[in-house]
Design a protein around this ligand. Structure first.
Ligand SMILES: Nc1ncnc2c1ncn2[C@@H]1O[C@H](COP(=O)(O)OP(=O)(O)OP(=O)(O)O)[C@@H](O)[C@H]1O
Ligand SMILES: [Mg+2]
Length: 246
């Protein structure tokens, strides 16, 4: 059997005295969609940032497609291409057009010629439904549109896995679904995804597995229906009772 695409073994990390990641073991197979949920401060964002090497860790190992996370240099740039990340805030380049935002990385890192980069970028913008906005700058787009551009920009790097850290939590309610729809389509297309979200509808529709974190530990892992209907640990029950009453 093929090795997992993402493999964390006994990963530990501290912020000063805070043991923010405690012996984290997590394997994500190719094409799998994993939802990461848990209380505020449990370490979800830190875990994502560590997988993308935006944070260092002290012990344990992280392999992407069988290869340890690189320290620096070209290998790190390649890792950032292989592991796409979409944040709560869209982080688009404000003074560049939508099209430029999507072509920049492929031209710089994948060394594509401008014409090729633009052709592919337009296809991706089409896929996320914002191709008609290609000539505008980010501030001229709605939050939901900007987040879809951010997804297209990550996809333009041909990532092996996509990390999403609360991609819809900064959006007005009417824009949440247009972003989730793109993510559902991406999941159906076979993309390997790790998604921090409290959107239960998305979890039920698209997730293969729910991973519940609390206080720096993975406490429980289950398929979505099982997790939501029959959480096994008191910590998960307590967490679900709080979010499901909203
Ligand atoms: N750069 C940092 N320096 C020090 N402490 C940090 C840093 N980043 C995060 N922390 C702390 O680490 C813990 C985990 O934070 P993290 O952002 O990973 O939680 P989270 O599960 O993503 O929470 P939320 O649901 O609120 O986004 C928190 O106690 C946070 O205050
Ligand atoms: Mg977070």
């Amino acid at each position: 059997m093929a090795s997992p695409l993402v493999q964390l073994s006994k990963v530990n990390k501290h912020f000063g005295d805070l043991h923010v990641l405690q012996d984290i073991d997590l394997e994500v197979n190719k094409g799998e969609v994993v939802i990461l949920i848990g209380p505020s401060g449990s370490g979800k964002s830190t875990l994502c940032r560590t997988i993308n090497r935006l944070e260092t860790f002290e012990s344990g190992s992280i392999l992407i497609d069988g290869v340890p996370l690189p320290e620096e240099g070209r290998a790190l740039a390649q890792l950032r291409a292989d592991v796409g990340m979409v944040f709560q805030s869209f982080n688009l380049f404000a003074h560049k057009t939508i099209l430029e935002n999507v072509t920049l990385g492929p031209m710089k890192v994948r060394k594509l010629a401008r014409a090729d980069a633009e052709k592919e970028a337009m296809q991706l913008l089409e896929r996320v439904g914002v191709a008609h906005q290609a000539k505008k700058v980010p501030a001229q787009l709605s939050g939901g549109q900007q987040q879809r551009v951010a997804i297209a920009r990550s996809l333009a790097m041909h990532p092996k896995v996509m990390l999403f850290d609360e991609p819809t939590s900064a959006l007005d309610p009417e824009m949440i679904n247009e972003v989730l729809d793109v993510m559902v389509e991406l999941a159906a297309s076979g993309m390997t995804m790790i998604v921090v979200t409290h959107e239960m509808g998305f979890a039920r529709k698209a997730a293969d597995r729910v991973v519940f974190m609390d206080a720096g530990q993975i406490v429980e892992t289950a398929v979505p229906n099982e997790f939501f209907a029959n959480p096994k640990t008191d910590r998960a029950k307590d967490f679900l009772s709080k979010i499901l009453t909203h």
